[in-house]
Each structure stands twice: as structure tokens, then as C-alpha cells.
Design a binder for this molecule. Structure first.
Ligand SMILES: Nc1ncnc2c1ncn2[C@@H]1O[C@H](COP(=O)(O)OP(=O)(O)OP(=O)(O)O)[C@@H](O)[C@H]1O
Ligand SMILES: [Mg+2]
Length: 270
């Protein structure tokens, strides 16, 4: 019977509605001239449910950016299944929003024209996009800086522009690779609240890479903890804290317990 059930599931007729994002046995290795291949990711499987914020937490060099690049379609996995909304990701996906660790703004463009870049790429010239960009800039506290150049902004302000650029075309999926890693603690906490606020307004599904335990716990519905390279899943932790998350939650017992559990999975606490 179990065999029949699993066969039905495989055929797509069983009670297994496809999750928003589906990762099965994802592997990635890189050829190295004169050396054995480098195994970056080893059999990673998890689901990403629609509207959820899932963090990938793991030590430096374990394969987090590699997995995010695979999801963005910027790199093909060596093996395994990577599907978003039931479709295999095989090429770059401009529909997704992507934020990297550094803002990567175009220095010769104004703040507003940087935010509008994804819209220009789509050749969507309607005024609605400009209104959406201005609204986002205002939401992140950058009203009045629309016409400034990136060099006139602080690092945190530039990262807020990058966030607006990733959101302006209303992506269903937001991929974020340590987007707040270079920010000071205070700005980082503000950006975390901002991200949660935007997520609540837009309903976007978010895959968020970090190596900060507290950041992962504070933001996430679920934390996927990666082992050292080659990355396997060391633990998968659901965070039962309510949204909206408030700064006081950082001091509650559940927050500490989950942080501990993630620390144990990472091998940094007992
Ligand atoms: N294009 C590539 N060619 C060869 N090796 C690569 C390539 N990209 C990544 N790697 C290797 O894969 C491993 C994982 O790299 P990745 O950038 O995914 O790590 P990470 O978890 O994002 O680390 P960090 O937290 O430091 O950003 C590293 O050992 C890296 O050297
Ligand atoms: Mg990385």
C-alpha cells in the first residue's frame, strides 16, 4: 500500500500538493584542474512553502550562495530537483527579486533610476512603476533621496535602495544573500524589521541566507541549518514565534531555545 501511495504521489495524483519551492537531493560539485572535484552541496532536500520566510543558516563556505544561485537560475545544479511553482529552474529568472551582500548599485544612476532598473529591463514604461518605486523608497525611509547618487548614501541606505530594486516588480520570490551582513548592528535590526514589514504587505516568499543565528531566528518561519561543506541539512527548525515580530522577542525563552538548537546543529553550542 505504501508503495502504491508513493507511486501515486510521484505521478502527481496523490495527496501531495506541490509546495511553492521544492528542493530534492540537490548536489553541486565544481571541477578543479588537477584535483578531485570540490563537493559544495550534498543531497539537500526541503520544501519552501508559499508566503513563508525560510533562512539558510550555515558556516562560511558551506554552499549557501551556491544554492541561492541555483534557485535564481544563475547556476545549474550538478544533480537533483529545483522547482519553483512546479517548474524546473533551468535559466536565470528575472521575475525573482535578488539582493546580494553588497548593494551593487549603478553609480552613475540616481537612486530612483537604480530602483527602476528591473522595470526598464522589462521595457515597462508605465507611470505605475515610478509610483511604486517612489512608494517603496518612502517606505524604507529614503523619501527625498530619489535623485541622489549612490555615492552620496551610507552603506545601509544603499542596501535599502537594493531592497527596493528587488521589490519594485513585485516578485513572488525574494532571494536574499546575507543582505545585511555589512551593516552595523542597529541598522541591521532596523532592516530586519523593514523586511518583515514588506513581507507582510506583499506576501512574497523569501529565501534568506545568513550566518547569524539570531538573524535567522528573528526573521524566519523556518530555519534550515547547513553543515560544513559539503552542505547537508544538519537540522530544520520551525520557529513558533508570532508575527509581527517585535524586538522584545529576542529576549524570550523560545528565542533562546531555538538559537541554542541551531547552535548545536552548527556545532557551536552544546
Ligand atoms: N563558481 C565556482 N567555482 C568553483 N568553486 C566554487 C564556485 N562557487 C563556489 N565555489 C566553492 O563552493 C563552496 C561554497 O561556496 P559558497 O559561496 O556557496 O559558500 P557560502 O556558504 O555562501 O559561504 P559564505 O558564508 O562565506 O558566503 C566554496 O568552497 C567555494 O570555494
Ligand atoms: Mg555566500
Amino acid at each position: 500500500m505504501a508503495e502504491v501511495n508513493s507511486a501515486l504521489k510521484r505521478a502527481g495524483t496523490g495527496p501531495d500538493p506541490a509546495p511553492f519551492g521544492r528542493f530534492r537531493d540537490v548536489r553541486q560539485s565544481f571541477a578543479r584542474p588537477g584535483q578531485a572535484p570540490l563537493h559544495a552541496i550534498e543531497a539537500v532536500s526541503f520544501d519552501l512553502e508559499r508566503g513563508k520566510l525560510v533562512s539558510l543558516l550555515g558556516p562560511s563556505g558551506c554552499g549557501k550562495t551556491t544554492l541561492l544561485k541555483i534557485v535564481a537560475g544563475l547556476m545549474r545544479a550538478t544533480a537533483g530537483v529545483v522547482q519553483i511553482e512546479g517548474v524546473d529552474v533551468t535559466e536565470p529568472q528575472p521575475e525573482f527579486g535578488v539582493v546580494f551582500q553588497t548593494a551593487n548599485l549603478m553609480p552613475w544612476r540616481s537612486v530612483l533610476r537604480n530602483v527602476l532598473l528591473p522595470i526598464e529591463i522589462r521595457r515597462d514604461t508605465g507611470g505605475a512603476a515610478r509610483a511604486a518605486a517612489l512608494e517603496l523608497l518612502s517606505l524604507v525611509g529614503l523619501a527625498g533621496f530619489e535623485h541622489a547618487r549612490p555615492a552620496e548614501l551610507s552603506g545601509g541606505m544603499q542596501q535599502r535602495v537594493a531592497l527596493c530594486r528587488a521589490l519594485v516588480h513585485k516578485p513572488r520570490l525574494l532571494l536574499m544573500d546575507e543582505p545585511f551582513g555589512s551593516l552595523d548592528e542597529l541598522t541591521r535590526m532596523e532592516m530586519q524589521d523593514l523586511l518583515l514589514d514588506i513581507r507582510a504587505r506583499t506576501g512574497a516568499t523569501v529565501l534568506f541566507v545568513t550566518h547569524s543565528i539570531s538573524e535567522a531566528v528573528y526573521l524566519s518561519d523556518r530555519v534550515v541549518v547547513f553543515s560544513r561543506r559539503p552542505a547537508t541539512i544538519a537540522d530544520m527548525i520551525d520557529v513558533p514565534l508570532p508575527y509581527p515580530r517585535t524586538p522584545e522577542l529576542r529576549y524570550c525563552a523560545t528565542f533562546t531555545e531555538i538559537g541554542h538548537r541551531a547552535g548545536r546543529a552548527l556545532g557551536v553550542s552544546r
